[in-house]
Design a protein around this ligand. Structure first.
Ligand code: SF4
Ligand code: SF4
Length: 172
């Protein structure tokens, strides 16, 4: 089944997405049980579609160029190839079955310094609030990434749909 965000005009109320804003883009609980899957938090009707061309499995579609994207969760393998190509930094890969008590979230990251595998930074929610420790388990950077690293963090399972960025703990 394909999922996708509705256009959220009142997103501009304060610039912070709520879970209710992206509920239409949520893969089902059954799909999350199968392993990593993309969560596309793209809510504005901007003319954009690099995510469509980045996916080697044809899992993402955009109807008219200004429509928000839709994800066929059955086709998505969670490979992550779409993450770095999104200029809106709107695509995350969520793995809710990483371990018994941890989930992973893979996210685009365009700040410096880039964290290293094994670092423990703060996981922050969509409002910028630090909510947990985030252990970096994978870093993908390099020329092919066009300046955007993809960072995978392990966090408490219950925060898989809240943590959407990281910051150094000494920055608190
Ligand atoms: S994670 Fe991979 S399979 Fe899923 S939408 Fe992105 S590129 Fe396609
Ligand atoms: S590339 Fe990113 S911003 Fe553009 S349509 Fe896809 S998800 Fe939205």
């Amino acid at each position: 089944m394909a999922v996708g965000c509705k256009n959220i005009m009142d997103y501009e109320r304060d610039g912070i997405l709520r879970e209710s804003d992206i509920s239409g883009a949520m893969p089902s609980a059954a799909r999350f049980e199968k392993g990593p899957v993309a969560v596309i938090e793209c809510v504005q009707n901007i003319p954009c579609n690099p995510c469509v061309h980045a996916c080697p499995f044809g899992a993402i579609t955009v109807g008219r160029i200004t429509d928000t994207p839709r994800l066929d969760c059955g086709k998505c393998t969670g490979c992550g190839k779409c993450v770095a190509c999104c200029p809106g930094l709107a695509i995350f890969i969520v793995n809710k079955v990483y371990s018994a008590d941890e989930a992973t979230v893979s996210m685009p990251y365009e700040f410096i310094p880039v964290p290293q595998k094994g670092d423990v930074w703060a996981g922050i929610d969509r409002s910028g609030k630090a909510v947990c420790n985030a252990r970096v388990v994978r870093v993908v950077s390099g020329e092919m990434q066009d300046g955007t690293s993809v960072i995978t963090i392990a966090i408490p399972k219950g925060l898989a749909m809240e943590v959407r960025n990281i910051k150094r703990k000494e920055a608190d």
